[in-house]
Write a protein that binds this ligand. Structure first.
Ligand code: NAD
Ligand code: MG
Length: 398
C-alpha cells in the first residue's frame, strides 16, 4: 500500500486527486488530509478514505472538526503547526494543493521527510523556487509538476536532455475576458472573472486566469522547475486549451502535449509516475475538433506577463514580493475594493517599492526571508490598494 497525504484536499485539485485514489482504494493508505473552512467536506473525505488525521488550517474550527469526526477513528487537528505536522507524517506521496503562499511550508516539510511531492501549488516555486528545488535535492525527494502546462513539459522531456531544449511554449486560454473590448476590462466584476471558458478550477486561480496572473506565475514556475532561462520561455494564447505546452528542441522539432482540459490527467501522471496507467479522461476526437488556433497575447490586455518578465530578470526574492502583492490585490478585487485592472497596477507599484527597500530583494533565500518579503509585500499592497480605494488601510484589510 502506498501512503498518501493530500494537502488542500477540499479544493478543486484535492477533489480530483480523491477521485483517482478512490477508484483503487486497496492501493492507498491515506495518512493526512488538510483543508481550511470547509469542515463538512474535510471530515466526510477523511472518514470515507479512512485517513489517520484530518487538519483544518483554521484554529477556531478545531471543535467543529473534532465534533464531525467523533467516534470515526480519524484524529482531528487545527492550525498552522498542525498542518506542518501533517505534512511531516511519513508518506510516500504527498499532493501539495493548498492555494497561495500558505502551501510553501507544508510542501517543504513533505520534501524534508523524503516524500514524492506532487506540486500543484505553483506559488511555492514562484516565492522560493531555489529553496524548493534545493530541499528536494538534499533530501533525495522527487518533485513532480501537477500544473497542466508543467506536467506537459515534463512529459515532453522524458528521454531528452535539457541541454537540447531551445524553447518552452506555455499555452494560455486567455481567460474570461480574452475577447472583451479593452476599455470594458476596468468594469469586470468578480462574478464575471470567476467564470472560466474551459477549465473548472478554484475561484482564485480562475480570476488569475482572466488577468493572466496565473500565466505569469507559470512562466516563473517554468524557469524554476526546469532551469531554463527566461528568454527561452514563451506563451501563446490557445483558446481551445487542448495543447497544454510545447517543447522546442535545437533540431527545430516541437513536441506538443495534447489532451482534454481535465486536471485528472496531470494529477494521475504524477500519481503513477514513472508508469502510465489508464486514467478516466476523455479521449479526443481530432476530426470533430477540426482546428486548433493560436494568437499572441496582447500586452495591454495582460500586463501581468510583463511583470513576470520583470520578476524573472530581477531574481532574488522578487517572486515572493510579486506573489504576496498579487494575492492581496486579488483579495481586494474579490472584496470590491479595487477594479480588475487595478490588480496589475498594485503589483507593479509594490515591485517598484521593493526595489527601494535596502536588502529586501537580495536577502538570502531562506524560509524566514521569503516569509518576511511576502509579509512586506502584502503590507505595501494594502497601502497601494487603500490609495486606489480612497479608504483606510484597515478597511481594505477586511
Ligand atoms: P481551491 O481554492 O479549490 O482549493 C484550495 C485548497 O487550499 C482548499 O483545500 C482549501 O481549504 C485550502 N486552503 C485555502 N487557504 C488555506 C490556508 N491559508 N492554509 C491552508 N490551506 C488553505 O484551489 P485549487 O484550484 O484546487 O488550487 C490549488 C493549487 O493548485 C493552487 O496553487 C493552484 O494555483 C494550483 N492549480 C490548480 C489547478 C486547478 O485546475 N484547479 C490547476 C493548476 C494548478
Ligand atoms: Mg496551469
Amino acid at each position: 500500500m502506498r501512503r498518501v497525504s493530500i494537502l488542500g484536499v477540499t479544493g478543486s485539485i484535492g477533489q480530483n486527486t480523491i477521485d483517482l485514489i478512490s477508484r483503487a482504494p486497496d492501493e492507498y493508505d491515506v495518512v493526512a488530509l488538510t483543508g481550511a473552512g470547509n469542515i463538512d467536506q474535510l471530515a466526510a473525505d477523511a472518514v470515507r478514505l479512512r485517513a489517520d488525521v484530518a487538519v483544518t488550517a483554521h484554529d477556531d474550527r478545531y471543535e467543529d472538526l473534532q465534533a464531525a469526526l467523533k467516534g470515526t477513528g480519524v484524529a482531528a487537528a487545527a492550525g498552522t503547526e498542525a498542518l506542518i505536522e501533517a505534512a511531516a507524517r511519513p508518506a510516500d506521496w504527498v499532493m501539495s494543493a493548498i492555494v497561495g503562499a500558505a502551501g510553501l511550508t507544508p510542501g517543504l516539510t513533505a520534501l524534508e521527510q523524503g516524500a514524492t511531492l506532487a506540486l500543484a501549488n505553483k506559488e511555492s516555486l514562484v516565492c522560493a523556487g531555489a529553496l524548493v528545488m534545493e530541499t528536494a535535492r538534499v533530501n533525495d525527494a522527487q518533485l513532480l509538476p501537477v500544473d497542466s502546462e508543467h506536467s506537459a513539459v515534463f512529459q515532453a522531456l522524458v528521454g531528452e536532455e535539457i541541454a537540447a531544449v531551445e524553447r518552452v511554449i506555455i499555452t494560455a486560454s486567455g481567460g474570461a475576458f480574452r475577447d472583451w473590448p479593452l476599455d470594458r476590462l476596468c468594469h469586470a466584476t468578480p462574478a464575471e472573472a470567476t467564470t472560466h471558458p474551459n477549465w473548472t478550477m478554484g475561484q482564485r486561480i480562475t480570476v488569475d486566469s482572466a488577468s493572466m496572473f496565473n500565466k505569469a506565475l507559470e512562466l516563473i514556475e517554468t524557469k524554476e522547475f526546469f532551469g531554463v532561462s527566461p528568454d527561452q520561455i514563451e506563451t501563446v494564447i490557445h483558446p481551445e486549451s487542448l495543447i497544454h505546452a510545447l517543447v522546442g528542441f535545437r533540431d527545430g522539432a516541437l513536441m506538443a502535449h495534447v489532451g482534454p482540459p481535465d486536471m485528472r490527467h496531470a494529477i494521475g501522471y504524477a500519481l503513477h509516475w514513472p508508469e502510465r496507467r489508464e486514467l478516466p479522461v476523455a479521449r479526443l476526437d481530432l476530426a470533430q475538433i477540426g482546428a486548433l488556433t493560436f494568437r499572441a497575447p496582447e500586452p495591454e490586455r495582460y500586463p501581468a506577463l510583463a511583470l513576470a518578465r520583470q520578476v524573472m530578470a530581477r531574481g532574488g526574492l522578487a517572486g515572493a514580493v510579486f506573489n504576496g502583492a498579487k494575492e492581496r490585490s486579488l483579495d481586494a478585487f474579490l472584496a470590491g475594493h479595487i477594479r480588475f485592472t487595478d490588480m496589475a497596477s498594485v503589483v507593479a507599484d509594490v515591485l517598484d517599492w521593493a526595489e527601494g527597500q535596502a536588502g529586501l530583494l537580495d536577502a538570502a533565500m531562506t524560509l524566514e526571508n521569503v516569509r518576511f518579503a511576502d509579509a512586506e509585500a502584502r503590507r505595501a499592497a494594502d497601502m497601494a490598494i487603500a490609495k486606489r480605494a480612497g479608504a483606510t488601510v484597515e478597511s481594505v484589510r477586511g
